[in-house]
Design a protein around this ligand. Sequence first.
Ligand code: HEC
Length: 379
Amino acid sequence: MTFPIRNFLLLSCLCLVPAFGFADIERGREIYSQVCFNCHGPKLEGGQGPALNDQFWQHGSSPEAILEVINKGVTGTPMIPYESVFPEADRKALRDFIVSEQEGLRETVRSIYPRDYFKGKRFTPELFDSVESESQTPLPENHYYIARDTDGVLRGKSKLYIKEPGNYQFKIRIKGKTSILINGKEVHYSDEKARKEPQINETFNLKPGVHEFEILHEERDPNNLRFWGALQKVGSNKQFVLVGRSLQGNIPKFVRAIPGSAQVVRKWIDGLPPRTLLCLLPNSVIVAYNPVNGEVVKSWHTAEVNQTPSLPDRSAKPSEINGEIISEQPTGGWDGSLVRFIRYEIDGENVIIVSQVDGEEKKTRIEPKGPKAYTLTVQ
Ligand code: HEC
């Protein structure tokens, strides 16, 4: 598997994919930051509307599906049709901008094949092509899973979006028989005879753009997938998981500050203004900051965000904050001035919110203090 000649072949073959063929990304970014960011977050991380850069795509992650939602909206939700708001070129520019922000697996389709046919054979795409699949299912989560007690062999196909060029490798915990291909080239193969410890595969180079990803996989016991795999960028902690669980019936997940560093999230929380920035400090204090007037709306200690899961109804239900309300909090706020929110920054344990107040740039620093408090200073 690790002969130098093979490495060389991979390095030279995987680079032949064109970069995104979309032109008007900057125009799309501009409109996004004027209109869409209000609900989908300044970094597409979500807010009142769902994140537009995560793996879960309720209405489809293909460029066509994204454009369709922009055009037609989603009836009965705050996502209005933008067909009559922007000319076609602008809507396509929005699509191109969103597509350019994607990373990892997208447009994932899982097919299940009858097990008998594959007994004792080496997995290749050609082998799968020569027999009919029993089912084909798009997976909105864009990672692979099977229902309990599925009796069959899995073939998965996805688009692999790469933003950062460089060397990548798969990290796989082996279970059963697995073949992974990128752009039709096999980059991993393991079966019952393979070593059982986690396998780090050979490195290959990926250019920014859209690559074809394919996985062929079978486990002895029909059950949830037991193997684990991720695509990892070498020398970075960037990693795209290949397997996960179905998000249907999932319980809410919690958002906590990353230890040692602050984090800002936008979530729809009942009783808070829709544009509220939730500043998660590493001392488990959460500060709900209203960038419209620079005021702290509420703050909590010993707190975390109970996020609604990425279910079909994820945008229809508000998230919650669990924690103790801080009664004596710094309040912030600007006196009768014209405030415009520009951006936020993370500076280690602190959150810095940059606003324009009567034409002048002001920085509000929110800093953890002790285990249950914070300070707020304006520079
Ligand atoms: C008033 C809030 C709001 C604004 C403004 C808004 N959206 Fe949405 N958007 C939503 C909500 C809510 C949903 C989820 C709808 C649902 O329940 O399916 C959504 C869904 C989407 C989806 C589908 C996501 C998926 O998971 O499939 C896309 C794409 C999208 N919006 C793009 C945009 C773009 C581009 C703009 C700017 C032109 C925009 N939105 C402006 C609230 C908003």
